[in-house]
Write a protein that binds this ligand. Structure first.
Ligand code: PSU
Ligand code: MN
Length: 300
């Protein structure tokens, strides 16, 4: 993607601080109004508190915007018909002059074009639970592998196949760090039972590995998975049973493709009496703090 095709907010373009990119699908399709807007703005403040400049990404009237204003975040959260754009949808949204929220993968493509080194999301899309038969592998994964950006997440969304996702990341040469833990986290819960083999304790360590990778001339990204705080985590059994039931309902309703993730997030919220949404808010805030620290460490 060409950087001269981006609308970079002056606040971001002129920033003397490191920039942290944030996605907007979580705002438009991942959380209900008004907590989506409250969370998006809180996440920006948390990034700023670490000494970094937040830039929420999205497409409005066909313009790819790096650094949505508060009004624009409100618009992407409330306007009808906002598309969920993964990377392949970006030219469609641009040509149609449409409004679109960008997924993690689409956001990584834009962040890379804008020269932003750190990207924060909630949980990445990953290898789906039936990928061996339906080929549902999120376009987030190849974007993480391809672009020279550090992605900070709370793991893959919990209804993905975590073991297969870690295998995919190994095959595609993505270093995967787990933050202060030996285990890859499970989005709503802290433990998945899988290890990535690389535990990190500090933002400086992540920054050093990213810089070594660049120096070595090795392309592509790096994934940091941060377990959400214990107090806001769902008990693993609650996570697993809500996922089982919501996957069953998705199968019954014939939901597939890009509608699946928003459907599951909303079903899981109902099945957990709103607790999964609280976890989702807590984990993205937590990721923003870590992402801000990593960006600051890179600039140091
Ligand atoms: N993280 C969240 N909520 C979300 C998403 C991530 O906490 O809604 C979004 C991201 O934009 C991610 C997308 O890229 O879900 C993945 O969708 P899919 O599984 O269809 O690739
Ligand atoms: Mn998918």
């Amino acid at each position: 993607m060409k950087s001269d095709q981006l609308w970079i907010a002056p606040r971001v373009r002129e920033s003397k601080q490191p920039v942290v990119a944030l996605e907007s699908t979580i705002i438009a399709h991942g959380m209900p109004y008004p907590v989506n807007v409250e969370t998006a703005l809180a996440v920006e403040r948390i990034v700023a508190a670490q000494g970094a400049t937040p830039a929420t990404l999205g497409i409005l009237d066909g313009r790819i915007i790096v650094g949505l204003s508060t009004d624009e975040i409100e618009r992407i959260a409330t306007a009808g018909g906002v598309l969920k754009a993964c990377e392949r949808d970006i030219p469609i949204a641009v040509a149609h002059g449409a409004n679109a929220a960008t997924t993690a993968g689409a956001s990584l493509a834009i962040a890379a074009a804008a020269g932003i080194a750190v990207f924060v999301t909630g949980g990445i899309g990953a290898v789906g639970p039936q990928a061996s038969t339906d080929f549902d592998v999120s376009a987030d994964l190849p974007a993480i592998a391809e672009y020279p950006v550090i992605t900070v997440c709370a793991g893959a969304k919990a209804f993905m196949d975590i073991g297969a996702t870690l295998e995919w990341l190994e095959t595609h040469r993505v270093p995967v760090a787990t933050w202060g833990s030996d285990e890859f986290p499970l989005f709503y819960s802290r433990r998945s039972g899988f290890s990535s083999g690389w535990r990190v304790e500090s933002a400086a360590e992540v920054a050093a590995v990213h810089q070594a990778k660049r120096r070595l001339g090795l392309d592509g990204g790096l994934l940091v998975a941060v377990p959400l705080p214990e107090e806001q985590a769902l008990p693993e059994e609650m996570t697993h049973s809500a996922i089982r039931e919501s996957l069953r309902q998705a199968g019954e309703a014939g939901i597939s493709g890009k509608a699946l993730t928003p459907f599951l997030l909303s079903r899981i919220k109902e099945l957990t009496g709103g607790r999964s949404l609280e976890s989702n808010i807590a984990l993205i805030r937590n990721n923003a703090r870590v992402g801000g620290q990593i960006a600051a460490a890179l600039a140091y």
